[in-house]
Design a protein around this ligand. Structure first.
Ligand SMILES: Cc1cc2nc3c(=O)[nH]c(=O)nc-3n(C[C@H](O)[C@H](O)[C@H](O)COP(=O)(O)OP(=O)(O)OC[C@H]3O[C@@H](n4cnc5c(N)ncnc54)[C@H](O)[C@@H]3O)c2cc1C
Length: 416
C-alpha cells in the first residue's frame, strides 16, 4: 500500500520505519530540512516508562494556582482570545477527577509499557545509538512535605506493578554521586529504575537513515497545506510544492495536527503547551547527573546525554509561539546550578518546543471517519517515551492487523 506520513518528528519517523517494515511504500513529508527539527529536537531526554501519568489529576487546579505565583514557576498561563485554548482548558479541567485520572493513566501506562518492549526490540534489530542510558529516573525531594506527599505516587506505582525504590538522602547519593556535594539540600527521592534516557534528536535522525535504507522517501522542505478526501476516502496531500496521492495517510504533525484536520470537519483536541530546555556541555563529570533527576520543586528534569547535561521543563500555555522567555532560562539555570553545577552555562543552548497535548494526557492513535486517514499524534509530555509503541500500533492498524495491545480507546472516537 502507498502510505504517506505527515511529519518527520519522533512520531512520524518511528511510524514510517514500522510501516516500511510492514511492507508498505512509504513517503514522509515535512516542512523542515531534516528530521526532528521541531518539538523532537531538544526535549528533556527522559524515556519514562514508569513515571507516566496525565497532567490532569485531582488537586491540580489548586496546585496550578500556587505554581502560577512562584518565582521559578513550573506553569505559565498567557490567556488569549482563542476558542481552541479555552475549549482545551475546559476539557483538561474536566479530566482532573479521580475517575478520569485512573482511566487516562491506565491507557498511558499500557502504551508506555508496550513502548518499553518495542524500543528494546528496535534497539536489538537496528543497533541504533543515541547517547542512551538505562539507569532510571530519580524524583528528588528537597522538603519533607514533598517526600510525604510522594506516598500516594508510591501507592500508584505499586498498584500498577511499576518497580520503584524510596530512597533516603544516602540512597539518592548512591544513585547520583554528584548529589554528595549538595546533601544538605535534599531529603530523599523516589527511584524508578526501569526508566531510560537518550537523545531524541539523535535517535530520530539515526532511525530516519535506517528507514531510508529500507526504501522510505523523505520529502523535506514541503509545507503541507491540506488534505483532499474524495467522498469518504483520503486521496491527496496538498503541499506548496505539489500534490501527493496515497492509499493511506498518517497524521503525525505534533501540535499542528488539528489545524490540518479542521477543514475535513475533524475536531482534534490537541493544543500546544510550550516547554523550554537548556543543553550544557559538561566540564566536571563529578558534578553532573548519571541519568535523569526530576527536581520536584521546579518540576524540571535534568538528564545526562553523553557529554552534555539537558535541563528541561515548564508548561506555558500561550498558543503557537516559540519565543524564548528569558525568565524561563533563569529558572532552568537556577535548578541545574543548584544541584549539578558540572557544566559551562555560558556555552549552553536555549530552546523551546510545543508539546502536542491532549486534555486527557493520552495520545490519539487510530483511524478517523475518513477511510485511509489515520492519526498518531497528541503525545504531549511523553512523545519520546511512547513513540516506539505508538508506531507499532499505527503500523498494525494501517495494515489491517490487530495491534498487540488494545488500542480501541486510544482512537479519536473516545472523544465522542
Ligand atoms: C521542554 C520539553 C521537554 C520534553 N521532555 C520529554 C521527555 O523527557 N520525554 C518524553 O518522552 N517527551 C518529552 N517531551 C515531549 C516530546 O518531545 C514530544 O511529545 C514529541 O517530540 C512530539 O513529537 P511529534 O513527532 O509528535 O512532534 P514534532 O516533533 O513537533 O514533529 C511534528 C513535525 O511536523 C512538521 N509539521 C508540522 N506542521 C507542518 C506542515 N503544515 N507542513 C509540513 N510539516 C509540518 C514539523 O516540521 C515537525 O517536524 C518534551 C517536550 C518539551 C517541549
Amino acid at each position: 500500500m502507498k502510505v504517506i506520513v505527515l511529519g518527520a518528528g519522533i512520531i512520524g519517523v518511528t511510524s514510517a520505519y514500522q510501516l516500511a517494515k510492514a511492507g508498505h511504500d512509504v513517503t514522509v513529508i515535512d516542512r523542515q530540512p531534516g528530521p526532528a527539527l521541531e518539538t523532537s529536537f531538544a526535549n528533556a531526554g527522559e524515556v519514562s516508562f514508569g513515571y507516566c501519568s496525565p497532567w490532569a489529576a485531582p488537586g491540580i487546579p489548586m496546585k496550578a494556582m500556587k505554581w502560577l505565583l512562584m518565582e521559578h514557576a513550573p506553569l505559565i498561563l498567557r490567556p488569549k482570545i482563542d476558542a481552541a485554548m479555552l475549549s482545551w482548558m475546559i476539557k483538561m479541567l474536566s479530566n482532573c477527577t479521580a475517575n478520569r485520572y485512573a482511566i487516562n493513566k491506565s491507557r498511558m501506562l499500557r502504551l508506555a509499557d508496550y513502548s518499553r518492549l518495542s524500543l528494546a526490540a528496535l534497539r536489538d534489530e537496528t543497533r541504533i545509538s543515541y547517547d542512551e542510558r538505562m539507569q532510571g529516573t530519580l524524583q528528588l525531594f528537597r522538603t519533607q512535605q514533598q517526600l510525604d506527599a510522594s506516598a500516594k505516587d508510591v501507592k500508584a506505582l505499586a498498584a500498577d506493578g511499576v518497580p520503584y525504590e524510596v530512597l533516603d538522602r544516602d540512597g539518592c547519593v548512591r544513585v547520583e554521586p554528584a548529589l554528595a556535594h549538595v546533601r544538605d539540600r535534599i531529603v530523599g527521592g523516589l527511584m524508578t529504575p526501569k526508566d531510560e534516557t537518550g537523545d531524541c534528536f539523535k535517535f530520530t535522525n539515526a532511525l530516519a537513515a535506517i528507514a531510508e535504507a529500507l526504501g522510505v522517501r523523505f520529502a523535506y522542505g514541503h509545507h503541507i497545506k491540506g488534505l483532499d478526501a474524495d467522498g469518504a476516502q483520503i486521496r491527496t496531500v496538498v503541499t506548496d510544492k505539489g500534490n501527493f496521492t496515497a492509499d493511506a495517510v498518517v497524521v503525525a504533525l505534533g501540535s499542528y495536527s488539528p489545524l490540518i484536520l479542521k477543514p475535513l470537519g475533524i475536531s482534534l483536541p490537541v493544543y500546544p503547551v510550550k516547554g523550554y530546555s537548556l543543553t550544557i556541555p559538561i566540564t566536571d563529570a563529578s558534578r553532573a547527573p548519571e541519568s535523569t533527576v526530576m527536581d520536584e520543586t521546579y518540576k524540571i528534569a535534568i538528564t545526562r546525554l553523553g557529554e552534555r547535561i539537558r535541563v528541561g521543563g515548564m508548561a506555558e500555555i500561550s498558543g503557537y509561539t516559540n519565543d524564548l522567555g528569558h525568565a524561563r532560562r533563569r529558572t532552568l539555570e537556577h535548578s541545574v546550578s543548584d544541584l549539578f553545577p558540572g557544566g559551562d552555562i555560558s556555552k549552553a543552548t536555549f530552546w523551546s518546543g510545543l508539546r502536542p497535548m491532549t486534555p486527557d494526557g493520552t495520545p490519539v492513535i487510530g483511524p478517523t471517519r475518513v477511510k485511509g486517514l489515520f492519526l498518531n499524534t497528541g503525545h504531549g509530555t511523553l512523545g519520546w517515551t511512547m513513540s516506539s509503541g505508538s508506531a507499532r500500533v499505527i503500523a498494525d492498524l494501517v495494515s489491517g492487523r490487530s495491534p498487540d495491545i488494545d488500542a480501541t480507546d486510544l482512537a479519536i472516537s473516545r472523544y465522542g
